[in-house]
Every structure is written in C-alpha cells, then in structure tokens.
Design a protein around this ligand. Structure first.
Ligand code: 5GP
Length: 194
C-alpha cells in the first residue's frame, strides 16, 4: 500500500534495528484518513470471505480494526489485555508475550461475542514474532470459530511472525512489509515477493 509506505518513510522513527515507532499516525496520534484507506484495503482483500466479525487486540489494533469492520459491515471485537487474574468462566483467555513490553500478559475475550458460526478476520498493527496474532487465532479456535485470515498493517518481514502464521495454515495479508531497519533506514520487501 503505497500511501502507507510513504507515511512510514516520512514519519516513522527507526528506534533500533528491531523496532519502528509510528506514534505520529498509528500508535498514539491517529491519521484517520489513512486508517480509512487501510480499512478499505483490508475490506477489499477479504470481501469474498464471508467475514462475520473483525478481531483485534487493544489498543493499537482498534483504529485499523474498526475501519475494516465498518467497510465490511460487521462488528469489531477487541481482545483485552490484563495481568493474570483468577480464571473467569465467561472469558476465553490466552497468554501472549508482548514484543514491545517484553512481558507476558493475558488476552481475554468474552465468550458471548464469539460463536462457532463466526468467520473471523484478525487485524493487528504490527507483526513481529507472531505472538499477538497467534494468541488471537487460539481464541478463535477455542470458540470453535473459523479464522479467515490475518490482516497486518506493518509487517517486519525479517522477524519470524509471518512464517509462523503461514506454517499454521493462516492467510496473511500485510499492507507494508519491512525487509530491514538497519542503519536507521526502512527498507521494504519488493512488491510481489513471496
Ligand atoms: P508480535 O506479537 O508479532 O511479536 O508483535 C506484534 C505486537 O507487538 C503488535 O501488536 C505491536 O503492538 C507490537 N510491536 C511489535 N513490533 C513493533 C514495532 O516495531 N513497533 C511498534 N510500535 N509496535 C510493535
């Protein structure tokens, strides 16, 4: 997605060779017009997949997630992050290791919002090691629902998340794929690369 790549080049900050900061338009301040374009792009990619609900994780997945849900005419459901608490029976719970916070947290979704007839589109802001996306996919499985695919705004292709998701049979659609963040520079994976 060219407009997204341009935004990353113009406003992204390479913190180190592993982490990109995009709090100008995605992780803190939000570029609403860009989020709408992102939602339209995901909705087009998954238009034929019978999506009944979009699932993301708070908080940075909510903006692209809600725009995608709006375009598809379905609800957005966001998993909540919380520190380990005693198990609650009305929740689906999965442990997810956070790439940026370097700690494990539990993500939870109320059982009443997922059912076996759902076809879920999972959306997240970044893909690094795949922990967040796989945690959401496990929640979808727990509910007996189907994951139609995973939509990622910014994929860091030099980290193993994409391969892990593909290995498990998930369809992955990333709008910007970063090949490298070395030397303070963002290099993208060429379009059409596998
Ligand atoms: P994963 O679970 O795939 O290892 O990491 C994805 C999650 O970590 C995303 O939900 C995102 O919040 C965060 N994340 C991973 N890498 C980056 C990054 O380079 N920049 C930012 N801002 N967040 C990241």
């Amino acid at each position: 997605m060219e407009v997204l790549k341009r935004k990353i080049i113009e406003e992204g900050i390479v913190l180190n060779d592993q982490v990109l900061k995009v709090d100008n338009f995605l992780n803190h301040q939000i570029d609403a017009a860009l989020m709408l374009a992102i939602g339209q792009t995901f909705a087009k990619l998954f238009a034929e997949d019978g999506i009944t609900k979009v699932l993301t994780i708070e908080s940075s997945g909510i903006a692209p997630g809600v725009m995608t849900a709006m375009q598809l005419g379905v609800p957005l459901l966001f998993a909540r992050k919380r520190k380990s608490l005693t198990l609650q029976e009305d929740l689906y719970t999965e442990k997810v290791y956070s790439f940026t916070k370097m700690e494990e947290s539990e993500v939870t979704v109320s059982r009443k919002f997922l059912s076996p007839t759902d076809r879920i589109l999972i959306i997240d802001d970044f893909l690094a090691n795949g922990e967040a996306a796989l945690g959401m996919a496990r929640i979808v499985k727990q509910a007996g629902a189907d994951a139609a695919g995973i939509g990622i705004v910014i994929e860091k292709s030099f980290q193993p998340g994409r391969e892990k998701l593909l290995e498990q049979g998930y369809r992955v659609e990333s709008l910007a794929r970063i090949a490298s963040l070395t030397d303070n520079q963002v290099t993208f994976v060429p379009d059409g690369a596998g």
